[in-house]
Design a protein around this ligand. Structure first.
Ligand code: NAP
Ligand code: F7E
Length: 346
């Protein structure tokens, strides 16, 4: 077997980004270890099934320093990509302490283990545009002050500051301030995938996944996000660790769309034109035949909302030579087509 150039440890290997990053690293001839956690079902295989035999899975937990220490001691990675997190903003309001434990203290644990067991390893930390929260300027760049509004974002901000602290102490560590990125592998509880799966079900006459109803229940349609493609964004992660000196980078497309615009674009790909009627929580969306396909359910509203995000990735373009390849329209199309394909035959 050909000798592999570098060794990487990817935490959160079973998540959306984990699989895309592993593909990229394997293509670059890395020896890749993916950290997954034990579950009662064989849940870890779904997104990385196609990588079986190509990467090595190691079992660990960000809440358990013993497991992290053992893994890093055994692997001695050149690069560590920390993608593991309680990544759902909405859930973080009801699981504040757990979110803090994983998204902040988990990073502190990882830092300590790297310093002890593989002090020359470079570390990538998955920071987020949620740090900007109720934004203080637009577009948001590395210089924009943070103003987080959720437990998810306050925990990620503490991790972000820990990375900055360690970098100032000489560690090679970077935070990627990544704006929302999606793909056909996005978790079904995030708004884009929830809708592309949902509209594909409506198109094919299959009941909705969670409710069994024949229409979708959504939350706040007016929030705006800067949505890119996960495959493009993992490339930026890798590029950050290949620089001569470490820094933080905003990764974004520079385009913003509302949830309502995403919904309309996705329905359009499925051949459905939405006719909106009513206001606020009474608003409904109907298809061309007058069937109700969307209703508002306040259970999907958040105690605090991030209303508007648009990123300025000029620094990443200048220093990393990074630019997004996939734009909004193409992203929506890929996601809807993938869900239609997946559901056909069910
Ligand atoms: P994701 O699909 O939700 O994946 C999260 C991963 O973390 C899963 O593999 C999950 O394992 C693992 N995990 C959760 N808690 C853990 C724990 N206590 N110990 C070990 N592993 C744990 O997230 P993603 O979209 O790939 O995002 C990757 C990272 O980027 C996350 O840190 C997220 O917060 C951050 N981020 C994402 C975006 C975005 O738009 N996608 C933007 C900015 C930042 P299970 O499969 O066992 O649950
Ligand atoms: O919500 C609104 C919701 O859950 C987007 C994570 O990857 O990106 C992600 O966080 C917007 C919000 O993503 C529903 O209120 C309306 O305004 O898809 P989301 P998020 O909260 O932006 C950041 C960058 C991360 O770092 C996170 O890890 O959509 N929305 N209706 C809804 N959201 C959901 N989930 N479900 C709805 O029914």
């Amino acid at each position: 077997m050909e000798k592999q150039d570098k060794t990487a440890l990817v935490t959160g290997i079973t998540g959306q980004d984990g699989g895309y990053l592993a593909e990229l690293l394997l293509d670059k001839n890395y020896k890749v270890y993916g950290m997954h956690r034990r579950g009662s079902t064989d849940g870890h295989s779904g997104r990385i099934n196609h990588l079986k035999g190509k990467l090595e899975l190691v079992c660990g937990e960000l809440t358990d320093i013993g497991s992290l220490s053992k893994i890093i001691k055994q692997i001695k990675p050149d690069e560590v990509y920390n993608l593991a997190a309680q990544s759902h903003v909405g859930i973080s309001f009801s699981q504040k302490h757990y979110t803090n434990e994983v998204n902040w203290l988990g990073v502190e644990r990882l830092i300590d283990c790297i310093k002890e067991e593989a002090p020359n390893a470079k570390l990538y930390q998955a920071s987020t545009s949620e740090l900007f929260g109720e934004v203080l300027e637009s577009p948001q760049s590395e210089k924009t002050p943070f103003n987080p509004v959720s437990p998810y974002a306050t925990a990620k901000l503490k991790a972000h500051n820990a990375i900055k602290r360690e970098r100032e102490n000489g560690m090679f560590c970077c935070s990627g301030i990544l704006f929302n990125h999606e793909s056909p592998r996005r978790g079904l509880e995030f708004v884009t995938r929830k809708f592309t799966d949902g509209i594909a079900r409506i198109k094919l006459g299959i009941p909705q996944r969670e409710t069994g109803k024949n229409y979708l229940e959504m939350g706040n349609l007016e929030a705006r996000r800067d949505w890119g493609h996960s495959r493009d964004y993992v490339e930026a992660m890798w590029k950050m660790l290949q620089q001569d000196s470490p820094s933080d980078y905003v990764i974004a497309t520079g385009e913003t769309h509302s949830v309502r615009e995403f919904i309309e674009a996705a329905a359009d790909v499925a051949g459905i034109k939405i006719n909106w009627q009513g206001q606020g929580v009474e608003e409904k969306g109907y298809d061309q035949s007058g069937n109700k396909i969307i209703a508002i359910n306040p259970k999907f509203f958040r105690p605090n909302e991030v209303n508007f995000l648009i990123g300025d990735a000029t620094k990443a373009k200048r220093e990393l030579g990074w630019e997004p390849k996939v734009r909004f329209k193409e992203l929506v199309e890929e996601m809807v087509q993938a869900d239609l394909e997946k559901l056909k035959g069910k």
